[in-house]
Design a protein around this ligand. Structure first.
Ligand SMILES: C[S@@+](CC[C@H](N)C(=O)[O-])C[C@H]1O[C@@H](n2cnc3c(N)ncnc32)[C@H](O)[C@@H]1O
Length: 244
């Protein structure tokens, strides 16, 4: 099992302070856009890869999903999920997305929010997800946008006229990145946009929608600090279907 920074007590405590941790899906500004990409959940079998606290698992169960399986490689995240987002239709299980076996032809929807950019063996994961989906099944996910993941930290630089610039140096160099987050060194993987999309196509998915998320005017009016998200994309949202 890959060592998971989310099991570090100090990092875990820091992550708990994020709005998306405390308020769940409503605390995640990209959630309305991601939600719009989802198929109907009623009666479906749903897989959540890197489920964290299980907010989406609970949403799916409450929307009528028949069964929801939430996988995560952090025991601490799963313990919290079982505590705050338990539901009879949900099973939470410890699993490393780098290697976890998934049952074949078992799910109608594979969902993942902000977990795939921690995975190095992305092609192999997509092959396992494809096999786990039924004919007509969907994969809907978000990752950090590669423009966001490219430079690592510190990312902003001063333009000299008061503006801040997001440097793209390093965009073409794929591979590991480390950032400082909540007092820890957090390891991620930077992949080009084309690598992510071609990996989906190569694994047998038809891409249905790609979104470089930005906040709406209404979201910025309600929370002005979101205006920074107009300077560079932070999230990439993708919906795909099992093609073959
Ligand atoms: C940013 S959190 C997102 C949690 C949740 N999906 C959400 O959107 O609220 C990333 C999650 O991915 C999990 N994760 C990271 N690497 C993983 C891996 N190799 N296998 C399984 N889960 C992993 C972490 O433990 C953490 O729960």
């Amino acid at each position: 099992m890959t060592v998971n920074i989310y099991d570090d007590p100090d990092f875990f405590a820091g992550y708990a302070t994020l709005p998306r941790s405390a308020a769940g899906l409503d605390g995640a500004p990209e959630w309305p856009a991601l939600r719009a990409l989802l198929p109907s959940l009623a009666g479906r079998d749903v897989l959540d890869l890197g489920c964290g606290y299980g907010w989406f698992c609970r949403h799916a169960a409450e929307a009528g999903a028949r069964r929801v399986l939430g996988l995560d490689s952090s025991g601490r995240m799963l313990a919290r999920a079982r505590e705050i987002n338990a539901h009879p239709a949900i099973d939470y299980a410890l699993a490393d997305l780098e290697t976890a076996g998934l049952p074949a032809d078992s799910f109608d929807l594979a969902y993942s929010s902000l977990a795939f950019h921690y995975v190095a063996a992305f092609d192999a994961l997509l092959a396992r997800i494809h096999r786990a989906l039924r004919q007509g099944g969907s994969l809907v996910f978000s990752v950090e946008h590669p423009i966001y993941s490219a430079p690592g930290h510190p990312a902003w630089s001063e333009a000299g006229d008061g503006r801040r610039i997001w440097p793209l140096e390093g965009y073409m160099r794929e591979g590991p990145r480390e950032i400082d987050w909540f007092g820890a060194r957090v390891a991620k993987r930077h992949r080009l946009m084309s690598t992510t999309l071609n990996a989906l196509i190569g694994a047998g998915f038809a891409i249905r929608h790609v979104e470089e998320w930005r906040p709406t005017d209404a979201q910025i009016a309600a929370k002005p600090s979101l205006a920074v998200e107009l300077e560079r994309p932070m999230f990439l949202l993708v919906a795909a279907g099992r093609r073959s």
